[in-house]
Design a binder for this molecule. Structure first.
Ligand code: WQD
Length: 345
């Protein structure tokens, strides 16, 4: 089976390419490196023992994207390619709607033309908004999106669902990620933000390595066990394996609608607990201060993972300690390679 992974040189995409190859799939990638480094292809080859062909094409260019469908008989597509920064989406909404929606529309319309019927869509727990219902199940109603990024995921899900209603031969699983983090056990790849990291775990490791003098905990006056926000951090390798299992399920089953599946480990970890986990696994104190709340943050969100376990036979095996251990090893490796060329203030 030949699988096209869009966003294949990105963080989750690259880890998923490796997991798919480890499970016998033939893979190709399309990624224009808008937020990734083409060098990751070499690391994928070192880990998986096989090279991956990447088409450096912008999916918003339908006629260029068509080349991939002309040159390959594609059996399924895992669609990661999208802009994903919450903050950037607030300051650049048009770019987010244009990029995230036009790329999706082009992929779906070419799948329709070339009759490719297996589609996995990368969605996000942010479609739930500020829900009070915890743990979050796939039946939890979605709330008003907190930002344009989250709304592109809500609209994307609707586009896929309505495409299926009009084309029953088409099958899709919508995967709602909680908080992906950590790096590959081989330390050959991990989160490599081109822009300044905003997510908690890379901010922690950048602070630990000295790229930042200190980090700020955005509020400890929330109604949680230690006052800081709670999230469901899922190791990127567990997340990658969930995509392989979802693809296997999709290929082997008839679906009468888009199947929505949460991907989290089913446990909440607070910001202060995450910092503690870093300090314990790295053996060093982290320089942080307590600051004001961040606009748009939800107090707590974590998944009910039963559907992914029962439907896909998927079991997350890694903890916040594994996330911090691998993320820290990757940060040290990455920084030594760059010899601390830059310092983030
Ligand atoms: C986690 C917690 C911050 C940085 C976002 C997207 C979501 C998904 C994951 C794609 C929050 C706190 C953070 C810092 C801090 N992305 N924090 N100091 O906002 O939960 O989720 O990324 O699917 O869609 O919304 O992740 O890592 O930014 O924040 O205190 O310097 O860490 O306040 O409580 P978030 P995050």
């Amino acid at each position: 089976m030949k699988i096209l992974v869009t966003g294949g040189t990105g963080y989750i995409g690259s880890h998923t390419l490796v997991d798919l190859m480890d499970n016998g799939f033939e893979v190709i990638s399309v990624d224009n490196q808008s937020n990734s480094d083409i060098g990751v292809l070499e690391n994928i080859r070192l880990i998986a023992g096989k090279s991956v062909k990447n088409y450096s094409i912008d999916l918003c260019d339908k006629e260029k994207t068509r080349i991939i469908f002309e040159e390959n008989k594609i059996d399924g597509i895992i669609h990661f390619a999208a802009f994903k920064s919450v903050n950037d989406s607030v300051s650049m909404p048009l770019e987010y709607y244009h990029n995230n929606l036009n790329s999706l529309l082009n992929v779906l319309s070419l799948m329709n033309e070339y009759k490719v019927n297996n589609f996995i869509f990368s969605s996000s727990c942010s479609v739930y908004g500020n829900t009070q219902e915890l743990p979050v199940t796939e039946m939890t109603p979605t709330q008003e999106a907190e930002c344009p990024y989250a709304r592109t995921k809500q609209i994307g899900e609707k586009i896929v669902e309505e495409f299926i209603l009009a084309n029953p031969w088409f099958k899709s699983i919508l995967l709602r990620y909680f908080n992906p983090a950590g790096a590959h056990e081989s330390c050959l790849m991990g989160e490599s933000p081109i822009n300044k990291a905003a997510n908690l775990v890379p901010v922690i490791t950048e602070t630990g390595i000295g790229k930042r003098d200190a980090m700020t905990v955005f509020g400890t006056d929330y109604d949680t066990r230690d006052g800081s926000c709670i999230r469901d951090y899922i190791h990127v390798m567990d997340l990658a394996n969930a995509h392989t299992k979802a693809l296997q399920y999709l290929i082997n089953n008839i679906l009468d609608k888009a199947e929505i599946i949460n991907l989290g480990i089913g446990e909440g970890v607070s910001v202060l607990e995450a910092i503690k986990a870093f300090e314990t696994t790295s053996g060093q104190k982290l320089n942080y201060s307590i600051g004001p709340r961040r606009e748009g943050d939800v107090v707590a969100v974590y998944a009910n993972k039963q559907k992914a376990e029962s439907l896909l036979g998927w079991k997350p095996t890694r903890t916040i300690d594994d996330i911090m251990r691998t993320a820290w090893a990757w940060e040290k490796k990455r920084s030594s390679q760059k010899r601390n060329k830059y310092h983030i203030n």
